[in-house]
Ligand binder design. Structure first.
Ligand code: PLP
Length: 428
């Protein structure tokens, strides 16, 4: 779709473009396979000599339409859907790293990402150095090694709500000849386009705001096409030298700016198989249609709730980048002037124990292991999502033991505030 359309229009109109007499709504291609009339043509598809579908583990038309929509929203050149946000993170890194390589990662990333990079991928021979995202560039630069292959960070960290200085991280990555991968889940492309600020690859847990209704787990990887892999062929042999597992194709030679996503699809998806189901891609597409409307309301509601909490006598602290008192307010204004996200973290004067009691008294907000959907929800990361981390790691990740993560939904804001008010009144 033409670049002149605004994001609201892209969300509705992009991706599926029906021809005369075809369904107006994106169909679910609920088929594992696709029929051809000549075995020669099927052969050309396998050789990547011709475009076309042959097996849904590699590509499916429903998924591709949705990936194309997200790609356009992010301003990228190619995108792919994955079965989960975790799979997106894994593929995004593993596509350019192998045993013996090294990654630099922000300490405040989502707990699952932290575990994947520092534990599971370590077992695969990929080392990870964790850096404080707020440290001066000279300090972070010390983490790079000759075998560093990428930098990974989140636009808005879950749940620490640290706003990334994307330009600082992009410069650091590029000065060390590697791409910056940014997980843009919390901001969504409605509130931030990391490519504009120098990021090279964006990942998403589409499970969150994009789906928006807590219906389906999914992920997405988008490539800006801006990182020149061929400038550093020794660093990125997987992209710049023949792939013996794929008839000796050299991805950068054959696919140019689409090299990174083509490799991730034809190699990683082929071998690891974390494809998103077409049914889930369909639901994701429905979610994307209302993403701009919902993000606006999530941000409006969260701002009001954050202001209410900040003024409440039983609340010890509130962390929301939309508050003027917040240490990331200026960065948020720079990178996300229209709003950040609907997630707030806060602590109570009564500490960890009061947090549990307060959460148990909420009637509208539910305790769920989820954020970023239409319903207001609440979680205590130190006891739930981040329970695998020790106190030191929690501190580095910006997760205080008393931190309550509140994901403000799109119910009427007065009802959300009334629920918090009654729950707070029930504690000392
Ligand atoms: N990235 C971020 C910022 C997340 O919050 C999450 C999940 O909470 C993930 C990645 C992982 O996504 P998924 O749960 O879809 O695998």
């Amino acid at each position: 779709m033409s670049k002149q359309y605004r994001k609201e229009t892209i969300c509705i109109q992009s991706g599926w473009k029906p021809k005369n007499g075809e369904p107006r709504v994106l169909p679910i291609y609920q088929s594992t396979t696709f029929k051809y009339e000549s075995s020669e043509q099927m052969g050309r598809l396998f050789d990547l000599e011709e475009d076309g579908y042959f097996y849904t583990r590699l590509q499916n038309p429903t998924n591709d339409c949705v990936a194309a929509k997200i790609c356009e929203l992010e301003g990228g050149v190619a995108a792919m859907l994955t079965s989960s946000g975790q799979a997106a993170t894994y593929y995004a890194v593993f596509n350019i790293c192998e045993a013996g390589d090294h990654v630099v990662m922000s300490a405040t990333v989502y707990g699952g990402t932290f575990n994947l990079l520092t534990c599971t991928m370590k077992k695969m021979g990929i080392e990870c150095t964790v850096v404080d995202p707020d440290a001066p560039a000279e300090e972070i630069a010390k983490a790079f090694r000759p075998n560093t292959k990428c930098v990974f960070a989140e636009t808005i960290a879950n749940p620490a709500l640290v706003v990334l200085d994307i330009e600082k991280f992009a410069k650091l990555a590029h000065d060390h000849q590697v791409p910056l991968i940014v997980d843009n889940t919390f901001a969504t492309p409605i509130n931030c386009n990391p490519f504009k600020w120098g990021a090279d690859i964006v990942t998403h847990s589409t499970t969150k705001y994009m789906d928006g209704h807590a219906m389906s787990v999914g992920g997405c990887i988008v490539d800006s096409g801006n990182f020149d892999w061929t400038a550093y062929p020794d660093k990125f042999p997987g992209l710049c030298t023949p792939d013996e597992s794929y008839h000796g194709i050299t991805y950068t030679e054959k696919f140019g700016k689409a090299a990174y996503i083509t490799k991730a699809t034809s190699q990683l998806m082929r071998d690891l198989g974390s494809i998103q189901s077409p049914q889930n891609a369909f639901l994701l597409n429905v979610g994307l249609e209302t993403l701009p409307l919902r993000m606006e309301r999530h941000c409006y509601n969260a701002q009001r709730v954050a202001e209410f909490l900040e003024a409440h006598e039983k609340v010890a602290w509130v962390n929301y980048p939309g508050l003027k008192s917040n240490r990331y307010y200026e960065l948020a204004q720079k990178y996300m002037p229209n709003g950040t996200c609907g997630v707030i973290s806060f602590g109570l004067k009564g500490g960890r124990e009061a947090a549990s009691r307060m959460m148990d008294q909420l009637k509208l907000a539910a305790i769920v292991t989820h954020v970023a959907d239409a319903r207001t929800s609440v979680l205590h990361p130190a006891s739930h999502t981040h329970r695998q981390m020790n106190d030191e790691q929690l501190k580095e990740a910006g997760v205080a033991p008393d931190l309550i993560r509140l994901s403000v939904g799109i119910e009427h804001v007065d009802d959300i505030i009334a629920d918090l008010e009654q729950a707070l009144s029930g504690i000392e």
